[in-house]
Design a protein around this ligand. Structure first.
Ligand code: ADP
Ligand code: MG
Length: 244
């Protein structure tokens, strides 16, 4: 079942040029879809339009068959689409527990929030152990875990993750992708952007390549990983093999 559809999306900032130049995307329920592409391709911009932070100049965002193109970010969140931005946007001076409770604020149901936070602590013992610590005292990986945990408290239908593994050590990256898989296991559909294209596609069902504001290729993640043209242009495989 198609959960989210993006059709002919055109967007840019202020009076600047078009950054997205006609993007199409289809996200199936239960899928992990990974968007890859060079720096500046418009990947983050696309997520910002989907979650309502940036209004598009043309095109449509359709969620469960209904247009959400003109909705505000809080309305999009209420529909069940939760955005975890690249900068994670935690409350730095609040504790881990408080950050999780802030995540649940939109639920307006204290008992349900408590139940879900308990479940998050069960899935992430590290967060439980650090629940009295301020978010800014956590390591980068723990902060990412907290940002993802906070999204999970809302139990959204779709989570949008922008570069969840950025700047993290390889061992931690592995852990972060396990959490991405946990979203899927909890029945949450994932649309993520990853600069770590290999790893992202390894964990994804579907891949989409974005370049110069357009979708240039999409297909099953393993097909994309194995495609020699995509390897050469977007995965840097050839360069590694040639030792450049
Ligand atoms: N807030 C902004 N104001 C103006 N231009 C922006 C802003 N954010 C991003 N851009 C520009 O949009 C283009 C695409 O950026 P972005 O979507 O962040 O790319 P990606 O996430 O693929 O690296 C870049 O040229 C960037 O400079
Ligand atoms: Mg980006």
């Amino acid at each position: 079942m198609t959960l989210l559809e993006v059709k002919g999306l055109v967007a840019g900032y202020g009076s600047g040029p078009d950054i997205l130049r006609g993007i199409d995307l289809t996200l199936e329920a239960g899928q992990i879809q990974c968007i890859i592409g060079p720096n500046g391709a418009g990947k983050s911009t696309l997520l910002k339009v989907i979650c309502g932070i940036l209004k598009p100049r043309d095109g449509e965002v359709i969620f469960e068959g209904e247009s959400i193109t003109r909705l505000r970010p809080d309305q999009v969140l209420k529909k069940g689409i939760c955005f975890v931005p690249q900068e994670r946007s935690l409350f730095p001076h609040m504790t881990v527990g408080e950050n999780l409770r802030m995540g649940g604020y939109a639920l307006k149901n204290a008992r349900e929030t408590r139940k879900r936070i308990k479940e998050i602590y069960r899935q992430f013992p590290t967060l439980k152990q650090k629940r009295w610590q301020a978010a800014n005292q956590l390591s980068g990986g723990q902060q990412q875990m907290l940002a993802m945990g906070r999204a999970m408290v809302l139990s959204p239908k779709i989570v949008l993750l922008d570069e969840p593994s950025l700047g993290l050590a390889p061992l931690i990256v592995e852990h972060i992708f396990e959490i991405v898989r946990q979203f899927k296991e909890n029945g949450i559909t994932v649309l993520m952007v990853e600069q770590n294209a290999h790893k992202g596609l390894e964990f994804a069902d579907w891949g989409l390549v974005l370049d110069l504001g357009k979708n240039v290729f999409d297909g099953p993640a393993d097909t994309i990983l194995a495609d020699p043209r995509i390897q050469e242009l977007y995965l840097g495989t050839r360069r590694v093999q040639e030792g450049i």
